[in-house]
Design a protein around this ligand. Structure first.
Ligand code: ATP
Length: 362
């Protein structure tokens, strides 16, 4: 355990009857980080958070908080204060009373309660609504009240389970920056469960990607995006073109991948794995498009255009290689101005060996 470890999961398993919700978790949460736990529906995110909160007990393994096992310790009897952020505000209390509530339960005196609540009302820019009923607030304002109510008790850890899922797209984006700034300023450890890649990647310092009760990868958003650790992660993120083949010696010292679509140089040092099957990913933003076969490119693949999609200034071009494999290219409009984008048109995709990532799993 390193000095900045706040929470550790050691061999944690959770079964409901014979159903295994979480298979074996081994990971750490660092003091002061924004950690997002991400994965598709049913992969065990909420169960993981609930075990940390003391709402479920692990079937096997140990969860430690500040070095002490907490498996069977209810939240209120732990030394490290932890709050589960809930959007369920009390409808019979006004905004100020909602924010003061947890302090009142902890026996904080009236004047001190007032002072601390005022601070958070100001900070969350909801002071002008202090006397309003909860039913008179917009979704975004409610979110701010819920955050103020959680943070007024100055927890060391804040647990958030899909807090933005009910908000519209524009508000979601605004709240993401509110949350991120708040976390940075307070230094409180945020553990944030979401199935949204944009939420996880825009806010978190590190992201845990889960699938079927196991951790597929933990890393910074950039590490995970650029170098997915497993094929599952690459497919889940959907940002890369994925090729499978056999590793063979390449031309330039690195390994090449022999695939049914051709042989592609990777630049990866895979000496120990030559002869084995491997998966290679190339980000769709690093995959280039040309009207004629590019003479100097080392990795070229003939394709046929099958579709296009424009979102703002970015275009995604869908292509098909021999055998039906779909290839995607993502570019700014200007970068595509010389290319005849017509459905059915024969084109070429190419990429640099250095932009091909060989997944490290066997
Ligand atoms: P979602 O994104 O849909 O909320 P999740 O990743 O948070 O999913 P969990 O809520 O952790 O998933 O559930 C993991 C698995 O465990 C699911 O298959 C779920 O049905 C199951 N599960 C969760 N709680 C229980 C329970 N109390 N009894 C039985 N099975 C449960």
């Amino acid at each position: 355990m390193s000095r900045d470890t706040l929470v550790s999961f050691d061999g944690v398993v959770k079964r409901f009857g014979s159903f295994v919700a979480v298979q074996k978790l081994d990971f750490e949460i660092r003091k002061g980080e924004f950690l997002a736990i991400m994965g598709s529906s049913g992969c065990g995110k909420t169960t993981t958070l609930r075990m940390l909160a003391g709402l479920e007990a692990p079937t096997e393994g140990v969860i430690k908080l500040s070095g002490k096992p907490i498996n069977d310790l209810p939240t209120w009897s732990r030394d490290t204060p932890m709050v589960w952020q809930s959007l369920a505000l009390f409808p019979f209390l006004n905004v100020r009373e909602n924010v003061e509530f947890a302090l009142k339960m902890r026996g904080v005196g009236k004047a001190e309660r007032r002072r601390r609540a005022e601070q958070w009302l100001d900070r969350m820019q909801i002071a002008e609504f202090a006397e309003r009923n909860i039913s008179q607030l917009s979704g975004g304002q409610r979110q701010r009240v819920a955050l103020a109510r959680s943070l007024v008790v100055e927890p060391e850890i804040l647990l958030l389970d899909e807090p933005l899922s009910a908000l519209d797209a524009a508000l979601k984006v605004r709240m993401q920056s509110v949350l991120k700034n708040l976390q940075r300023e307070t230094g409180i450890t945020f553990v944030y469960v979401t199935h949204s890649q944009s939420e996880a990647f825009s806010m978190a310092d590190r992201v845990v990607i889960m699938s079927r009760g196991v951790i597929e990868q933990i890393g910074t958003p950039q590490e995970i995006y650029r170098t997915p650790g497993t094929r599952f992660v690459a497919e889940f993120l959907g940002s890369s073109n994925i090729f499978q083949g056999r590793l063979v010696p390449g031309d330039g010292g690195g390994a090449a991948l022999d695939t049914p679509l051709g042989r592609f140089e990777t630049g990866a040092d895979a000496t120990a794995r030559l002869g084995t099957t491997a998966t290679m990913t190339v980000l769709d933003t690093k995959t280039h498009l040309a009207a004629a076969r590019p003479a100097h490119a080392r990795n070229v693949l003939p394709v046929r255009m099958i579709g296009e999609e424009f979102v703002g200034a970015t275009a995604t071009i869908y292509l098909e290689a021999a055998g039906g494999q779909e290839i995607r290219v993502q570019k700014g409009h200007d970068e595509l101005s010389d290319i005849p984008l017509e459905i059915g048109r024969e084109l070429f995709v190419y990429w640099e060996p250095g932009d091909a990532h060989v997944i490290s799993e066997a």
